[in-house]
Every structure is written in structure tokens, then in C-alpha cells.
Design a protein around this ligand. Sequence first.
Ligand SMILES: C[S@@+](CC[C@H](N)C(=O)[O-])C[C@H]1O[C@@H](n2cnc3c(N)ncnc32)[C@H](O)[C@@H]1O
Length: 236
Amino acid sequence: MTENERFYGRRHGKKLKGTRIFLMEKLLPLVEIKKPNTVFDLKSLYPFTPKAFWLEIGFGGGEHLAQISREHKDIGFIGAEPFINGVASLLAHLNGSWGKSANEDRLIAEGRSDNVRIYADDVRQLFPFFKDESFERIFVLYPDPWPKARHEDRRFLGQKNLKEIARLLVSGGELCVATDVASYAVWTIQQAESSDLFIQTNEDIYQPPADWITTRYEQKGLKAGHRPVYLTYVKK
Ligand SMILES: C[S@@+](CC[C@H](N)C(=O)[O-])C[C@H]1O[C@@H](n2cnc3c(N)ncnc32)[C@H](O)[C@@H]1O
């Protein structure tokens, strides 16, 4: 990531209150990844030996990451999100209904967050520290569409990030994309095709993958009449 590739999204929303402040102070330090200065030993991030690693880029409110990590306890998850209110929301989902009644041991007990590690910033800062073929699956769900042509270079799934994603995926690893902006879907399909790094494997792009986990963002779009597109790619 070069100096002039800045993050153009929001880092802060409404002021955090009550339980969310508590979770940011008490739970985040237990699961947070700080920017490393040497290449990651991913296994050392978790208190167990994960079967594989999955990365979610831009987890937003964290509904997908919280649920999928609960369904796949043997996987080590990394989620990256620079929007602090999103990070607090993920922590609330991971923490369930315990809220402030939880002490630090209980916060991380019973595997609720044992298999999730959070980078509360731009995932591109981490890319150089991941070894080749680190991840079995990478999720980029509803990336910011930046619809204006003059903002095209801000769209996440351009050539540079696709190349990094391909490097980070194991052979046969999967990139899962969703968007409800038709022009972004078309652009992503073109980008993936011209990269020549991926094969699109789902035939019906309007059909969510099996066991799809919806998010608040997706539900808002559906209510507003948007039509989601799902793109599943396998690394060549
Ligand atoms: C439209 S939201 C979708 C959130 C979530 N994936 C969902 O489906 O509900 C896109 C998210 O991507 C995050 N994002 C954008 N660029 C990012 C980057 N370089 N690294 C990590 N997250 C990023 C934004 O902060 C934002 O929360």
C-alpha cells in the first residue's frame, strides 16, 4: 500500500455509548490484531490450531462474521474494518446478550470469540504481512461502490487488490463477493475476467450461496428494492 492510497470511507459514526464502550475497552484488546512488523504466523493468533483461515474484508456491522465464525469453530477468522462503530457492533454480536455483566474471562469464554481476530483498520495495511496462500476463503461483501467514474480507483476490487487476494488464497480458494449495485457487479465481473486470476463458479448470480448469512446492510438494500448479486470466484 503506497502513501497516497488512503482510506476514503468513514472511520467514525455516532458516539459510542454504554456497553459498546465497555466492549471496545475490554473485549477488543483480547481479540485485536495490531499492525505487525514481520510476516504473520496466523496459527499463533488463536488459542487452538485452526483447520484453515478465512478473511472478511470490510465486515461492516459484523453480522456475517459473527454468525459464520459461530458456525465454523474450527476455522480461524480475521476481520478487517476501519469503521469503529462497525467494530463495536461486531463485538456486541460476538458477546451476545451478556453486555456489561460479562467479566473479561467470560467475554472470551466458550469459544464465542476464540476464533475471531479483528484488525480495526484498512486491510491493505496487512496484505504485505500475510504469506502467500494464507486463506481458504476471502469475503468482500457489499464493498463501497464508489459509483462515480472519477472515483473508480477507490473501488476495492480493482486489479491491484485482486492480485493480492489471489496471492493470499490457497490454490482452489474462494473469493465471495456480494453487491446490490448493478454497475459495480458489471465492473467487478470485468475486473475479475481481465485479471485472469479467477474462475467464476456460480451460474445464477441472483441466487445467494447455500447457507447465506444476511446483514443489516443487505436487508436495508432489499427493503429499498435493490437486487443483490452474488459472485463466487475460485482462484485458478
Ligand atoms: C457498504 S459496507 C458493507 C459492510 C458489510 N460487508 C455488510 O455487507 O454489511 C462496506 C464496508 O467496507 C469497509 N471497507 C472499505 N474499504 C476497506 C478496506 N480497505 N479495508 C477494510 N474495510 C474496508 C467500509 O468501512 C464499510 O464498512
